[in-house]
Design a protein around this ligand. Sequence first.
Ligand code: PLP
Length: 444
Amino acid sequence: MTRAAQERDPGNTADRRSKGAVLGRVSQREAVEDFASFVSPGKVAVYRSLGFEAVPGRREGVYVWDLEGRRYVNCRSSGGVFNLGHRPPRVTAALKEALEELDVGDHMLMSELRGRLARRLAELTPGDIRYSFFVPSGGEAIDLAIKLARGYTGRPGVVSAEKGYHGHTGFALSAGEQRFSRHFEPLMPGFSKVPFGDADALERVVGPQTAAVVLETIQATAGVIVPPPDYLPRVREICDRAGAVLILDEIQAGLGRTGRLWACEEWNVVPDILVLGKGMSGGVYPMSAVCFRPHLDRFFREHPFVHLSSFAGSDLGCVCSLAMLEQTTEPGFLEHVREMGARFEQGFADLCRRHPDLTAGWRGRGLMLAFEMARDDFGPMMTYALAQFGVIAVFSDFRPRAMQIMPPLIIRDHEVEEVLEAMDKALTLVGRLVEAGFTPPPVP
Ligand SMILES: Cc1ncc(COP(=O)(O)O)c(C=O)c1O
């Protein structure tokens, strides 16, 4: 606890503490002060400019309550971390039980749990994908995928897509948009970018020096961009012809988000490396995975200890991932995702009819959806307005007019209705703000 927090009214603090073991020791206002004073004044300034100063407190299922007790439906889900909702009972129970016996384990030694999880992924991932290497974050997983492609091919080139997002670590940052990398140049050499969805452009740059093509199967941060039907099959052919490794980043799109277990199944494309993260462990443990086809393992056989990371493939994380996979692969789970996605799409059609001047359609698959506003500056206004009506949803970083609607996959009918009603009210509020001549401050 900070000194500032200790100096606050002790009676009150004790009273709040009695409500829970961890949360509620300070008021929301005090939590914001602590965050601004000791974590990040810059971030607090942005939250304030968006009119969103809620500090998440209690959380359960699709809901998050702020420290003042206001309830929100979480349609951000941290990009898929909360695919199974907040604190999914099965995963938290598995973790609690595991804590009686396990710790993170030693990443340099073998692990029963890592073997079991990798075996399950080999059964579930498409084609002949077989081996899995686990690391804590998505960025590290992308880094490792690129290392494997370079190590295996002995080539330097990495081609990715404009407006792609793969994380903020070294190779991942170099593969992503300039917006996040420009302060850190020079970046890794050998990286180039082409427009997403344009196979001809890709064909022009992929050649004998290309180690890997790295793409999100569906671009998330670009505004939920679904590629044209022949794109990924052609990308596969281009990589095969050039001997380049195809890396598909399904950190957001995988694990059921699109209504299929893997987004790439829609195009019947098997990547050489499938990268998973976010929802990998039910939102209670950091876990990501690099799943790859057998031929690539030649490199790791020659260099078995070439990528080391103390928390890689933690035993506790593996327990969570196994519980997550059990739930995600249960009969009916993916049908439910598709049904809820269709319900949202019907609702979006109504909203577009009711608010034609503010909206411009929607797109996506399953519960990976973007609701398109008519102008870029409407996106931040919609984020603000939705928060007023109890929904957390964000505009896309690289296309602010595209509101990402990514609720937990376990969302139920009445909760979808709650979100759609809030969207209707929020659009009315945005309309009023526009009429009043309000323009939101630019988001850095
Ligand atoms: C598609 C995609 N790839 C990679 C990452 C990076 O994952 P992490 O934040 O766990 O490093 C993200 C994170 O948002 C992502 O959306």
